[in-house]
Write a protein that binds this ligand. Sequence first.
Ligand SMILES: Nc1nc2c(c(=O)[nH]1)N[C@H]1C(S)=C(S)[C@@H](COP(=O)(O)OP(=O)(O)OC[C@H]3O[C@@H](n4cnc5c(=O)[nH]c(N)nc54)[C@H](O)[C@@H]3O)O[C@H]1N2
Ligand SMILES: Nc1nc2c(c(=O)[nH]1)N[C@H]1C(S)=C(S)[C@@H](COP(=O)(O)OP(=O)(O)OC[C@H]3O[C@@H](n4cnc5c(=O)[nH]c(N)nc54)[C@H](O)[C@@H]3O)O[C@H]1N2
Ligand code: SF4
Ligand SMILES: [Mo]
Length: 702
Amino acid sequence: MNKPLDHRTGFTACPHDCPSTCALEVDILDPRTIGRVRGAAGNSYTAGVICAKVARYAERTHHPDRLMKPLRRVGAKGAGDWGEISWEDALDLVAEAFLKAEARYGPEAVWPYFYAGTMGLVQRDGINRLRHAKGYSNQFDSICTNTAWTGFVAGTGKLMGVDPREMAASDCVVIWGTNAVATQVNVMTHAIRARKERGARIVVVDIYDNATMKQADMGLKLRPGTDAALACALMHVAFRDGTADRDYLARYTDDPAGLEAHLQTRTPQWAASITGLSAEEIEAFAGLIGSTPRTFFRLGYGFTRQRNGAVAMHAALSVPTVFGHWKSEGGGAFHNNGAIWNLDKRIIEGHEFRDPSVRHLDQSKIGRVLTGEAQALAGGPPVAAMIVQNTNPMNVAPEQRLVRQGFAREDLFVCVHEQFMTDTAAMADLVLPATTFLEHDDIYRGGGQSHILFGPRLVEAPETVRSNHFVVEELARRLGVSDRPGFGLSEREQVDALLRISGYGGLDRLEAERWIDVQPSFEEAHFLKGFHNPDGRFRFRPDWKGMAGPNRPPASMGLLGPVEALPQFPDHAELNEAADEAHPFKLATAPARQFLNSSFSETKGSATREGRPELMVHPQDAARLSLAEGEKVLIGNRRGEIALPVKITDAVKPGVVLHEGLWPNSAFERGEGINTLVGADSPAPFGGVAFHDVAVWLRPAL
Ligand SMILES: Nc1nc2c(c(=O)[nH]1)N[C@H]1C(S)=C(S)[C@@H](COP(=O)(O)OP(=O)(O)OC[C@H]3O[C@@H](n4cnc5c(=O)[nH]c(N)nc54)[C@H](O)[C@@H]3O)O[C@H]1N2
Ligand SMILES: Nc1nc2c(c(=O)[nH]1)N[C@H]1C(S)=C(S)[C@@H](COP(=O)(O)OP(=O)(O)OC[C@H]3O[C@@H](n4cnc5c(=O)[nH]c(N)nc54)[C@H](O)[C@@H]3O)O[C@H]1N2
Ligand code: SF4
Ligand SMILES: [Mo]
């Protein structure tokens, strides 16, 4: 780790969809080959620590299965028969298909589809420049952040919070609904430093004994979808015992008296019956945070992937507000820094061509869109042609049977630009090979911290592999829009322009400094000058219908999900897929440590460490169903059924089953993956996906 830097060490940033966005140092063995990847010790957030899967990146970028040549389908869709085709011919083919779809139905019949396989702003978001220049259908992004960000902004009015490095000054770190050891290891770096240096206590709130709970001083294992009940009881105790900070509440919040009255009946006993925790556990947690001003709440995404997830986030966020933790150094809450960057993407994304009348299609409802559901199509034409970059919807999107049916349509043209032959690429008409972050230039910023970083091309790309930027530019040329402003720049010129119009100087500065830290001041990050609502106050009574926020759907889509059912104050909201007689179990589908969404399953280093796809089942449930360890069980609901070997463990609660993924669909018995079981109906108010809120039945497989 302390290896001296020399010309053979490259500096870059991790491009993957992870809140940490680590600053990396890469051993460059020759102009085409990398060696070991390390975390930059000099970056105050990365602090020299990265996850094992990215440390082994040579295995992924130099993988023998990397896509190397453009491939054209020669057999039936999904049959795996390919012929090689030149880049020129491949790009001509895409352009022809797009023009044909446009001629038949209008430009909205083309749907460029992308997500955050790379978080680089040029390579990820440049596809929107082409979209807007051509008037193609918009994508409403909803698969990841909608319930979480909405619940946070419902309280604070702005998506930012206490500097995560401040955990070093905390006496208690509450890691709520995120498996940080697996999904953002740097949270643990800072939390454990606080424990070592100040004896800080680490509390983990989750639904199973995951790797993070194993590190906890206090682990609270509750029933899925019941976090708001726990939050209400904590706040009830605060008012009951006088540990609520009444001066703070009077100065900084909208309706503390209303909240206190509402919480009268939300006792620890009440919450115990909902959460499955004991009243003593809840009292102990309330006592700890009530006597610890420097309590830091690190609120994750996991507990918001429930139909009541926005309410859960807002309720958990209300806890440090009632106790006044925000006032103290090392106290308050953090979820994501989405609102601090002020990076102006108008050139990258071609904002000036944006036509507000063009429809938005919900990313998460891709199954319904491609199978022609009128509502999902917003009353417009069918989708007849797509280009997919940086995402693998055949694997990661809910209602997988519909997604497959859609991609199997003979009258749909699909081009997938990928690094590997993913489940989605396998269904395409045309597959284009993509560069990895080591082979192209881009700029990155981390949602879980505060640095803007440059990631230069460190090694030569294989000759026949091209970046997303190249493909967008070449298609623009063939589709007649390349003379419009914003096209024709190199990746480095895009980064330079972005930095200049955003007021950060140019690329020269960023390259020289390696990263720019845009962490807001202590006062701003702790909301000491007030919250970002019109009255400057934290809202215990969110304006769910009227609030703004980064995930609000455009007016033409209306609000999404059962908005009327959202409670006025933080409360347990019965909005989730209820376990019933026909579906007695609740399934959650949490990320595996060695994978990153659908990525890394192709590497041996990750796949062998994860073993095989499994379903965790509590010993009591296994006994009741006469299931033996390793035996296959069928798991199903009205969306479909899949089979998995059982892992009997009391890491899960009775009645709860858990699958760690995302494994490729081909790792399952019939080639149908875990998202066969997950619904695409929208959680209120701004949509999203309830990946961990799935009611299922279990049956021994015959
Ligand atoms: N190794 C690895 N790292 C990743 C990813 C990955 O797939 N693998 N994915 C990346 C991406 S895209 C994202 S968005 C982030 C997400 O990272 P996180 O914020 O950690 O979110 P999830 O991974 O969805 O959350 C998983 C945790 O939520 C818990 N959970 C589920 N339901 C509930 C509930 O009702 N209450 C509570 N308290 N807990 C619940 C699960 O048991 C699990 O421990 O991670 C990123 N990092
Ligand atoms: N069951 C279940 N499903 C889930 C989740 C869950 O917790 N449970 N999590 C959900 C969440 S939070 C998210 S964010 C989504 C993420 O789902 P995806 O966006 O599909 O996930 P990734 O695996 O991060 O990225 C997809 C692909 O991008 C490719 N890629 C990377 N870099 C580049 C590049 O520069 N160019 C091109 N062309 N391709 C590139 C990778 O090879 C990879 O195959 O999954 C969701 N699905
Ligand atoms: S995946 Fe996350 S933890 Fe791993 S190197 Fe990338 S940013 Fe860091
Ligand atoms: Mo995500």
